[in-house]
Design a binder for this molecule. Structure first.
Ligand code: CUK
Ligand code: CUA
Length: 677
C-alpha cells in the first residue's frame, strides 16, 4: 500500500533530505526558509523538526488530492453526531448528524431530518407530556458486520443521555431511524452488533423502574431494575424492527459496556456492571456519596447471556409487557438458563472479546490488572453448576473457574482492542498510557521469546485515554497498523483556547515491535468515546442519489416528489402544495404567494445529476433550512402563520450566480391590521 512506508525506506528519505544525525540547536533557531522551501533540510531546520518528527510526518502526510486508505467513524460525544476521519492524515472528512440538529446538513430544520429526529422523541403518556429531544450524548458507533467483520453498509449509534439508538445508512452517510427505548431513559452498553448484525445490543446504565414510572428510592432493591434490549435489525428495510425486538430484565446493578461474543462464543453476550452493592444514597442525609457507596464491594458481576435462549423465550411468548414492550422477567431467565454471573474486579469498564472469540477481557478501573476470562471455562462452569446466587437468584460462577489470566498492565485500565499479531492494547486512564500485552497462545507462537499474558510495552499518551481503536480491532480479523488513543484531556498540547479544552486524538503506529506516537489531533466539538476504523475501499457511498426525486428515507423515488415540468403551486381550500425543482442557479417557481394561516406542503427536488451540486433552501423567519443533494427530494410542512415578505435562498455557494438563486415567500395578511404591523 502506498502509505504503508517501511521505516527503512523512511530513513533513506531522511538521508536524502540531508538531515544526517539531526538538526543542531543552532540551525533550529533560524525559523526562516529563505525561500528555499523545496530543500527538505532547510524546511526541517526552520521548523525545528527532530529526526523522529520527520518520520512521523512522512508516515501520516497524505499529499494534496490523494485519499486516505482508512476511514475512522468516531462518536462525537456530547455533540450527538458521528465524525468521519481519514487515517492516517486525521483530516476530518464529515460530520454525520444523528441526534442533534445540524445546519450544514440541513438536519432538523424541516424535511426528512425532522422526521427522523422526531421519531426518537418521548411520546406523551400517563406519566406526562411528550418530550422533544434535540441533542444526544453519543458514546458508541458500531459498523455493521457480516461474519464478524465490518461490511461497510450500516452504522449504529447510541445516545446515553436519553436511551436512544440510531441507524445510519452508509450509502448516503445519513441517519435513517432513531428509536427511543420504550422502557428506559438512559443506556450505555450500546450499540454493539452481533457478528451478522442480526441483533443490536442496548444495555441500560443507571437502574430505575422499568418503563420510567415513579418508585420511591427506598424501594430500590425491590422496584428498580436494569435491562438489556435486543433490537432486531432488518437489512432489507434498513430499519430496526421494533416488533421483533425485546428486552431482558436485570437486577438493579448499573450495567455498563456490553459486547457480543464471536466465533466460538457467538450467541453469547457479555456485559459489565458496577454498583452491585445497589447503593442508592442519600448524601444529604449523611450517607456516603455514590462514588464511595457504589464501589464498596470488592467485586461486581460480569453478566453472561445466552442470546439464542433468550430469543427462544421471546418467540415462545415467555415475556411480560412494559409500556407495551416485551421484557423477559428475571425468574424466567434463571429458569431457562439465559443469565449467569461471574465476579469481576470492582468498578469495571471495558469488556472486549478477542478476535478468535475465546477470551473476554475485562478491566476494573481500580485494579491494575486486566482480567481475561476463558469462554471454554465459562461453558464448563455452567455445565458443572457450582453456583452461588445473587439476591435475585441469578447463578454466580466462581471467578477461579472462569478466569484464564490476569495481566498487570498499569493504573486505571479501561478498554482493549486487538491486532493481527496476537497482541492486545489496553488504555490506562490513570497512567495516561497504552499498554501492549500478549494474548495467550497466538503471541507466543508468532513471536519466539514472547511469553503469553505478558505486558510488552507502555506508551505514554497525552492525556487520560478512554477508548482506543485499532483498524478492525474489535472484529474477527483485525488489521493492526494504526491505533487511535481517544484522550479525555489535552492540558498543554495545543494553543490555549480558553477554559473548555479540546479532546486529543492521538494516532499511534503499531506496525512495528514498539508502539510509536505519530500525531495529535485536537477535537473541539465533542468527546470521542469510541471509534471504529475500516479500510476506505470497503465503504461504497453514492456520489449522488441514484435517480431524480429520491427520497432519502425510503431510498427510492418518491411518488410525491416535485418533478421537472410539473412545477407549480396548487391550492385546495387553505392547503397549499408547492412543487419546486432546483438546478443551478434557480428555483422553479421563484415566487411563492400564500395567505396567512395557510397550511403549506412544500416539495422540493434537486434535479442535478452532477456530483457535489448540492443546493439549499433557507426560508427566513420560519426556521427552515434544507440541504438538498443531487437527485434528492425533500418535503417541508409548515403553517404560514406570520404575514410578510420572506426571502428564501440557496445556502450553498453552488455557482457564479448562486446569489441569484433566491425567491420570495409572500404571506398575505389575514387582516389589514396585521399588514400595518
Ligand atoms: S465509554 Cu467513554 S471512555 Cu461510553 Cu465506552 Cu469508556
Ligand atoms: Cu444553489 Cu447556491
Amino acid at each position: 500500500m502506498k502509505h504503508a512506508l517501511k521505516t527503512g525506506a523512511l530513513l533513506g528519505l531522511i538521508a536524502v533530505a540531508g538531515l544526517g544525525t539531526g538538526c543542531s540547536k543552532q540551525s533550529a533557531k533560524q525559523a526562516t526558509f529563505h525561500g528555499e522551501t523545496t530543500k527538505a533540510s532547510v524546511v526541517i531546520a526552520a521548523r525545528h523538526l527532530k529526526p523522529d518528527d520527520v518520520i512521523r510526518a512522512l508516515q501520516t502526510f497524505v499529499p494534496p488530492g490523494e485519499h486516505d486508505p482508512y476511514l475512522m467513524f468516531a462518536s462525537g460525544g456530547q455533540n450527538g453526531q458521528v465524525l468521519v476521519y481519514g487515517i492516517p492524515s486525521m483530516r476530518l472528512l464529515d460530520e454525520i448528524p444523528v441526534f442533534t440538529p445540524d445546519s450544514m446538513a440541513g438536519w432538523g430544520f424541516g424535511g426528512s431530518g425532522n422526521e427522523v429526529l422526531r421519531g426518537g422523541d418521548i411520546p406523551a403518556s400517563k406519566l406526562g407530556p411528550a418530550k422533544e429531544l434535540n441533542w444526544g450524548d453519543l458514546h458508541h458507533c458500531n459498523l455493521s458486520e457480516s461474519n464478524g467483520v465490518y461490511d461497510g453498509q450500516w452504522l449504529f449509534a447510541n445516545d446515553k443521555a436519553n436511551g436512544r439508538i440510531a441507524v445510519v445508512d452508509l450509502r448516503d452517510f445519513a441517519t435513517k431511524q432513531i428509536v427511543k427505548n420504550p422502557i428506559f431513559y438512559n443506556d450505555h452498553g450500546a450499540v454493539f452488533v452481533t457478528p451478522n448484525t442480526t441483533w443490536l445490543i442496548e444495555a441500560s446504565q443507571y437502574s430505575a423502574p422499568l418503563g420510567g414510572a415513579y418508585q420511591d428510592i427506598t424501594n430500590y432493591e425491590a422496584t428498580y431494575r436494569g435491562e438489556i434490549t435486543f433490537w432486531r435489525f432488518d437489512r432489507q428495510t434498513g430499519r430496526i424492527d421494533t416488533n421483533q425486538s425485546f428486552a431482558i430484565e436485570l437486577p438493579p446493578y448499573w450495567q455498563d459496556l456490553a459486547i457480543s461474543g464471536k466465533l466460538v462464543s457467538h450467541d453469547w453476550i457479555f456485559c459489565n456492571s458496577f454498583n452491585v452493592a445497589r447503593y442508592h444514597g442519600d448524601d444529604l442525609d449523611g450517607q456516603p456519596s455514590f462514588e464511595a457507596g457504589a464501589t464498596s464491594r470488592d467485586t461486581d458481576y460480569l453478566h453472561i447471556i445466552h442470546l439464542s435462549q433468550a430469543v427462544k423465550d421471546f418467540q415462545a411468548g415467555k415475556f411480560e409487557r412494559v409500556n407495551g414492550f416485551p421484557v423477559i422477567p428475571l425468574k424466567t431467565e434463571i429458569a431457562d438458563h439465559i443469565l449467569y454471573f461471574t465476579p469481576e474486579t470492582k468498578s469495571p469498564h471495558g469488556v472486549d472479546v478477542s478476535p478468535d472469540g475465546h477470551y473476554i477481557v475485562v478491566s476494573g478501573k481500580l485494579d491494575p490488572h486486566v482480567t481475561v476470562y476463558n469462554f471454554d471455562k465459562i461453558q464448563k462452569a455452567i455445565a458443572a453448576g457450582k453456583f452461588e446466587h445473587d439476591p435475585y437468584g441469578v447463578p454466580v460462577m466462581p471467578m477461579e473457574d472462569t478466569v484464564e489470566a490476569r495481566v498487570e498492565v498499569g493504573l486505571g485500565p479501561l478498554h482493549t482492542q486487538f491486532d493481527n499479531k496476537g497482541f492486545a492494547y489496553t488504555t490506562l486512564f490513570l497512567d495516561s498510557a497504552i499498554a501492549k500485552w500478549s494474548l495467550g497462545g497466538s503471541a507466543e507462537t508468532l513471536h519466539p521469546g514472547v511469553k503469553s499474558w505478558t505486558l510488552i510495552q507502555k506508551l505514554p499518551v497525552q492525556y487520560n485515554p478512554g477508548h482506543l481503536a485499532v483498524i478492525g480491532g474489535d472484529t474477527t480479523h483485525p488489521t493492526g497498523q494504526y491505533l487511535l488513543s481517544l484522550n479525555k484531556w489535552s492540558i498543554d498540547r495545543f494553543d490555549n483556547v480558553g477554559p473548555l479544552y479540546p479532546e486529543n486524538l492521538q494516532l499511534v503506529d503499531i506496525s512495528g515491535k514498539e508502539m510509536r506516537l505519530l500525531s495529535d489531533t485536537p477535537l473541539g466539538m465533542g468527546e470521542t468515546h469510541y471509534a471504529q476504523i475500516i479500510a476506505a475501499d470497503k465503504v461504497h457511498p453514492w456520489q449522488a442519489y441514484p435517480e431524480v426525486g429520491w427520497n432519502p428515507l425510503t431510498q427510492s423515488v418518491d411518488t410525491n416528489a416535485a418533478m421537472p415540468g410539473q412545477e407549480g403551486i396548487i391550492r385546495n381550500a387553505n392547503h397549499v402544495t408547492v412543487n419546486m425543482t432546483i438546478v443551478r442557479s434557480h428555483y422553479t417557481p421563484e415566487l411563492v404567494q400564500v395567505n396567512q394561516g395557510d397550511d403549506v406542503t412544500w416539495h422540493i427536488t434537486n434535479i442535478e445529476r452532477t456530483p457535489n451540486a448540492t443546493h439549499g433552501l433557507a426560508i427566513s423567519a420560519y426556521n427552515i433550512n434544507l440541504t438538498i443533494n443531487p437527485g434528492q427530494a425533500e418535503t417541508v410542512h409548515f403553517v404560514a402563520d406570520r404575514a410578510g415578505v420572506f426571502s428564501f435562498y440557496c445556502t450553498k455557494f453552488c455557482s457564479a450566480l448562486h446569489l441569484e438563486m433566491a425567491g420570495y415567500l409572500i404571506v398575505k395578511p389575514a387582516t389589514t391590521q396585521t399588514a400595518q404591523r
